[in-house]
Design a protein around this ligand. Structure first.
Ligand SMILES: [Zn+2]
Length: 228
């Protein structure tokens, strides 16, 4: 499943009553399609006279990028609720998943048979599991050191990146494709010219159903026959 705001709100209220004695104050909830994290609590902080931080203005953020099992989404919500509890109580933990975080996490896992972990990031395996077909505009760059790189263009940035990518010093040659192969879901959509390293063999394999793009002036055409 992918979380929605009403779903997160419902789970938040449920876990707040069950696990935190209703001590968590309501806060804004936001969905994110970021590629790097599962969830986070955003906040502002200011330094207090004694040198410690005062935390305020919290926002609860949950990633909806990848379809995840229901229990994993619940555990992600609970993970972020532990962060929020620590921040809201103005507790100073030893690190982001420090002594206090782990104590609360272990207690909740034990009492409520949950599987919350200290994991925060989306991994390569998560991206591997992302099999949804979405259309991507892909630039494959041959680099001067013999490696290959990939850039996914946001639709509105295609012409800009078409011009800008070959001007990167390390880029020798660029080819553009359109494809819905889920392999490319793992790359971020670029708004600025940036090339991401890719495994050449995997790339060749996953470009098999791609169609090449050619440019005439300000118009981009799809070459009708398949590549490879
Ligand atoms: Zn965390």
């Amino acid at each position: 499943m992918r979380a929605s705001i009403p779903y997160i709100q419902q789970k938040f209220d449920e876990f707040n009553a069950l696990c935190f004695d209703g001590q968590l104050q309501p806060l804004p909830i936001r969905l994110s399609r970021a590629r790097t994290f599962l969830g986070k609590v955003e906040y502002k902080r200011r330094r207090q006279p004694d040198g410690s931080w005062y935390y305020f203005d919290f926002v609860f953020v949950i990633s909806t990028l990848i379809d995840m099992p229901d229990t994993f989404v619940e555990d992600t919500i609970l993970h972020e609720m532990i962060h929020y509890y620590i921040l809201q109580q103005q507790l100073q933990d030893t690190s982001s998943h420090g002594v206090i975080f782990r104590r609360i996490m272990n207690e909740l896992n034990e009492r409520f048979n949950r599987h919350v972990s200290v994991r925060h990031k989306l991994t390569a395996a998560d991206h591997e599991a992302d099999t949804q077909r979405r259309q991507h505009l892909v630039c494959v760059s041959q680099l001067a050191d013999g490696t290959v790189g990939v850039t996914l263009a946001a639709r509105t940035r295609l012409l800009y990146l078409w011009d800008a990518l070959p001007r990167i010093g390390a880029v020798k040659e660029c080819r553009w494709y359109v494809t819905s192969d889920p392999y490319f879901n793992r790359f971020p959509r670029a708004r600025v010219p940036k090339v991401y390293a890719a495994d050449p063999q995997a790339l060749e394999e996953h470009l098999k159903e791609a169609r090449m793009l050619v440019r005439h002036g300000r118009t981009i055409h799809v070459v009708s026959q398949h590549v490879g």
